[in-house]
Design a protein around this ligand. Structure first.
Ligand SMILES: *Cc1c(COP(=O)(O)O)cnc(C)c1O
Ligand code: SF4
Length: 364
């Protein structure tokens, strides 16, 4: 028998129905269990133990809410990843990089998830689709960046994961491999020395993790991130802006600072996608812009993530910023700084710009 790793035991002990939650928090299980029939629940005990009270940010992200069943407005599949999908479960939306889904399972089924309809239900990802994805990457020499996603790619055991990563690394035109995972946040015991020692054989590997609230940062999640960073893996964080959870500059600033303290560089702040069952988490776009305004200039430049909307209809991630440009013409640009003071930067002479371009053309 194969040795059971601690994280697989932890995963098996996750909470998957409402009865225990109802007992612990003196509430009713019916509503929770009703939602579970449509959208599965799984909460690792580690994450569950971070809940302080009903309705707190940890609870809202992990415990099903009846609101999920009341959302008739949003489409089931928001991002139309299928449209840019030349082979099943691979999305080739941008010229030089692809998204490859290698599992549809997650350590936790986040209530706000974009792939809510797909994760934890049917098995649409198989060894066959993964092999087809890798073949596609091999035969497209323009692909220099491969993003492993899911589900959560670290649901795949180390042995299988190494098979996938090593075959991608063997493709000479692939420069970097990225892994998107929520494990450091929801089940940090997954980040073992064995995993890190395996990953570091295939550098350059980048990991983007996913934290949404400062109360998710604990000694355990810090240890997991530091272990990955210690293996030479640059860490980023993707955060989703959510109503009643983190749509507040004070909370987000604290989160960004705590991320940096565990060597994670904030990467994206996402406007919530349109996904059926998640409408109750959506914020207005102004709220994200206010957050950005409150961060830029007031804290370390690299504590500031990029605020993006993943455009419905398959437009990809589009960045949004508070408007710092007051006036912009042939002669000058008038700017507003983070404190609202105005500054003017004169344009370079037209003739000079033209000459520089000619020089560049000769050089390249
Ligand atoms: C987000 C995403 C990527 C990666 O985008 P970056 O801006 O390079 O991080 C690639 N492909 C798809 C389909 C994506 O959604
Ligand atoms: S871990 Fe990621 S893919 Fe899985 S449910 Fe959470 S947000 Fe969705």
């Amino acid at each position: 028998m194969e040795h059971m790793e601690q994280w697989t035991i932890d995963l098996r002990n996750s909470i998957t129905n409402g009865d225990m939650i109802a007992r612990d928090f003196e509430t009713e299980a019916e509503g929770i269990n009703a939602v579970c029939k449509t959208y599965p629940m799984r909460i690792p005990r580690y994450y569950y133990n971070l809940i302080r009270e009903i309705g707190d940010p940890i609870w809202k992200q992990s415990v099903p809410s009846i609101n999920e069943l009341l959302d008739d407005d949003s489409p089931e599949y928001p991002l139309q990843e299928e449209e840019d999908s030349p082979v099943p479960r691979l999305t080739h939306r941008y010229p030089d990089r692809v998204l490859l889904l290698i599992t549809d399972r997650c350590p936790m089924y986040c209530r706000f998830c974009t792939r809510k309809r797909m994760v934890g239900r049917t098995s649409v990802i198989t060894e066959k689709t993964i092999a087809m994805g890798i073949d596609y990457i091999r035969s497209h020499t323009e692909i220099r960046d491969v993003l492993l996603s899911g589900g959560d790619p670290l649901m795949v055991n180390d042995r299988k994961l190494e098979l996938i990563i090593s075959s991608i690394r063997a493709i000479s035109h692939v420069e970097i491999i990225r892994i998107g995972t929520r494990f450091p946040c929801v089940l940090p015991s997954r980040i073992t020395d064995d995993l890190c020692n395996m990953l570091k054989k295939y550098h350059p590997i980048f990991v983007n993790t996913h934290f949404n609230h400062p109360s998710e940062i604990t000694p355990q999640s810090k240890e997991a991130c530091e272990r990955l960073a210690g293996a030479g893996i640059p860490l980023g964080c993707q955060t989703v802006l959510m109503k009643g959870i983190n749509d507040n500059p004070v909370i987000l600033k604290e989160l960004m600072h705590k991320l940096l303290m565990m060597r994670v560089r904030p990467y994206y702040l996402y406007q919530a996608d349109l996904t059926r069952g998640t409408n109750h988490f959506r914020t207005r776009v102004e709220s994200g812009l206010q957050v950005m305004q409150a961060l830029r200039g007031y804290t370390t430049g690299f504590a500031v993530p990029q605020f993006v909307i993943d455009a419905p209809g398959g437009g990809g991630k589009i960045p949004l910023m508070p408007d710092y440009v007051i006036k912009f013409d042939e002669r000058e640009i008038v700017l507003r700084n983070f404190e609202g003071k105005e500054f003017c930067y004169p344009q370079a002479d037209q003739q000079y710009v033209k000459d520089t371009r000619e020089i560049e053309l000769i050089n390249f």
